[in-house]
Design a protein around this ligand. Structure first.
Ligand SMILES: N[C@@H](CCC(=O)N[C@@H](CS)C(=O)NCC(=O)O)C(=O)O
Length: 218
């Protein structure tokens, strides 16, 4: 059976970015099918995904929607997606789940757009509270588990980093107030080869996939 990974517009689809990252971190081979999003209820996505959302992975009989479930599946194949230590692993899962379930205000106010810079846009009390929480969470995680490495759990970019990568992308685009440590983490994530590759994929997408509601906001 051919493995397939269905993804949305790379420029906008933060959840697709997470799914793609964990699949690549695990070294899974899957045909990648990018489906243009229309900004909700995309008919092309409904045709291919049971939940009507991307990412969606079909692999050796497994059918997995939900990015966090894809991350767990990938971690079963390559356990290094989570830290080896039980305490660290619990913390990694907690912050990944917090990301998956939360930060709604940030996501609404600062939609991901890898092709634009909108410094200062999207700041309201709720989105700034999310930014502050994330900044504190990264700081605490790196202080406890990061050692001298650049990522949340040290030298290895893992599933927790993948879950936060689209947040980093938003911080690069919208430049909200961040601590120097959070900025340094954003720089490290942006420089990771897989993140660079995803930005390249986004830059190569047809201009016709761009949606007016996410462009020319500044
Ligand atoms: N909870 C889901 C969220 C997936 C999601 O909302 N994906 C968006 C794209 S980023 C989507 O497919 N939206 C449907 C659409 O735009 O038609 C996950 O973690 O995978």
């Amino acid at each position: 059976m051919t493995a397939k990974l269905y993804l949305g517009t790379a420029r906008y689809s933060s959840w697709s970015m997470r799914g793609w990252l964990v699949v690549h971190l695990a070294g899974l081979r899957a045909e990648e099918i990018f489906v243009p999003l229309v900004g909700g209820n995309s008919p092309e996505v409904k045709k291919v995904s049971p939940s009507g959302t991307v990412p969606y992975l079909e692999h050796e009989g497994a059918r997995i929607w939900e990015s966090l479930a894809i991350a767990e599946y990938c971690a079963e194949i390559n356990p290094s997606l989570w830290p080896e230590d039980r305490i660290e692993r619990a913390h990694a899962r907690a912050i990944a789940a917090e990301m998956h379930a939360g930060y709604r205000a940030l996501r609404l106010a600062m939609p991901m757009n890898l092709g634009r810079t909108y410094p200062g846009l999207g700041q309201n009390p709720e989105s700034l509270a999310d930014v502050a929480r994330i900044d504190a969470l990264w700081g605490e995680t790196r202080a406890r588990f990061g050692g001298s490495g650049p990522y949340l759990f040290g030298e290895t970019f893992n599933a927790a980093d993948a879950m936060f990568a689209p947040v980093v992308a938003r911080f690069i685009t919208y430049a909200p107030p961040l601590s120097p440590a959070a900025r340094a983490y954003c720089d490290a994530v942006r420089a990771h080869p897989l993140i660079a590759k995803w930005y390249e994929l986004a830059a190569k997408e047809p201009v016709t996939w761009q949606l007016e509601k996410y462009e020319n906001l500044a």
